[in-house]
Design a protein around this ligand. Sequence first.
Ligand SMILES: Cc1cc2nc3c(=O)[nH]c(=O)nc-3n(C[C@H](O)[C@H](O)[C@H](O)COP(=O)(O)OP(=O)(O)OC[C@H]3O[C@@H](n4cnc5c(N)ncnc54)[C@H](O)[C@@H]3O)c2cc1C
Length: 494
Amino acid sequence: MNKKIVIIGGGIAGLSAGIYARLNGFDTEIIEMHSITGGQCTAWERKGYRFDYCLHWLVGTRNGPFHDIWLETDVINDQVKIIDHEVHTKIYAEDGTDFTVYTNIDKWEKYLCEIAPEDTKSIKKMCRNMRKTSVIEPYSNPPELRRLRDKIGSLIKILPAIIIFIKYGKKTLREYIGQFNFKSPRLTLFFDNLFPTGDFSALAFIMMLAWFHKKNAGYLLGGSKPMAQRMTEKYLRLSGILLTQKKAEKIIVENNIAKGVLLDDGSKIFADYVISAADGHSTIFEMLDGKYLSEQIKEAYNSWELFNPIVQVSFGVNSEIKTDIPVQSWISKNTNIGQTKADQGYSIMNYCFDPSMAPPGKTVIVIRFESQWGLWKDLEGEEYSKEKQQIEKDARLLIEKHYPGITKNIEVVDVATPVTDVRYTGVWKGSYEGFLPSSKNLMSNLKPTLPGLDGFYMAGQWLAPGGGLPPAGQTGKWAIQLICKKEKKAFTTK
Ligand SMILES: Cc1cc2nc3c(=O)[nH]c(=O)nc-3n(C[C@H](O)[C@H](O)[C@H](O)COP(=O)(O)OP(=O)(O)OC[C@H]3O[C@@H](n4cnc5c(N)ncnc54)[C@H](O)[C@@H]3O)c2cc1C
């Protein structure tokens, strides 16, 4: 008899856990509360347009341990086309000045030196730091399974970057940028607004651009939904069981051993192991009633900053609008969109680079902006509908401002709010990538096990500050590696 694993959540982490569990001979059931898999890695169709919710870039499109996961789970295969954008974002200030972030560090360095020659020395230093971190690779194995020789090997590889870790590992982006003392007001303005949230980690910023520079953070044509679909199909081909529209209410625990899951229809599924790849907060504090907490978990859920939720307004436009710049952002201190004062600005993404998003001759354009959870948490019924209508009105004016004449061609508008995200995925406070990577937590991943509870593992974005698809896929794999170790089984990816 195979041992059985029940997996709560059919997002990228749950699907990854399911695939590796099947590859290693476990019986599996994934329980997903929504009618489709993918979690936040999703999209929806409206009148022939596809409105994508997630994928801008996927770390691991070229090589390394994340790439291995994408190959093993069929996220990337011979048929999947990958695009590496030349421009990451173009940002505009209120007075019309602009600032481009290129994905190639050499190109960006040249551009920055041209617009701020007085800061050449600092710019070169900043770009040198980014290039140095490009040697950093994630580990293939979870911390619990790393051998001394893996650790030494990886230490040697990242030697050129160690000094960067030591110097900036505990610094915020603001402190990091501040120490360069840029003289150019243009540079200061834009760097101040790249990641406006105060405690954003310097190291996360430095490493992010290094991924792009290596062309290892591309976009998969088709976007989020087909990505999740390929994983789901692989899981089903491996004869994994998938139950949709079933919500896990409680994790069944006997004598501090997880034994299975109680569903919202009252039925129970028993298993040898339970993995929760659902939202971290509801897993720990609702499904397990907050009974199994470490000091680190308490600190994380009490005091670590979260990503602000976002509002997404998607437009289906009956005309072809071409651009080479996928994302444009506006710094705005005086723009209200619905009740949100868009202090953090807003972005406009034109999906013309992906022909699968709209019928020929048509275009999908999406406005996104941050909106504090406090504004949404009690909004219901009529009030909620009115807020959505106001957002649509304000967003129409914005898009007309940036694309004059577009309004007459808008065929469909869709407003997705933080409440939408919570309703469909259960994500805590609408924080779509979990904990913000900050100067306090960047190097403090949470453990996949909980103190005092056996037979239970966690996977998903809530284990790794910064969140995102790669940690989701990786923690799903790692949960199965740890279970294989417990079962004294050699782990396989074949
Ligand atoms: C607008 C946006 C843009 C993004 N852009 C990127 C990007 O470009 N690159 C990147 O790497 N990441 C990006 N992300 C982040 C990425 O989508 C997430 O970090 C990742 O999808 C999280 O995967 P997960 O499996 O950990 O969690 P989730 O996707 O939240 O999945 C959890 C799953 O569990 C299910 N569930 C929850 N509770 C229960 C329950 N009680 N019972 C049963 N099922 C349950 C949910 O329905 C869901 O399917 C973006 C996210 C958003 C919203």
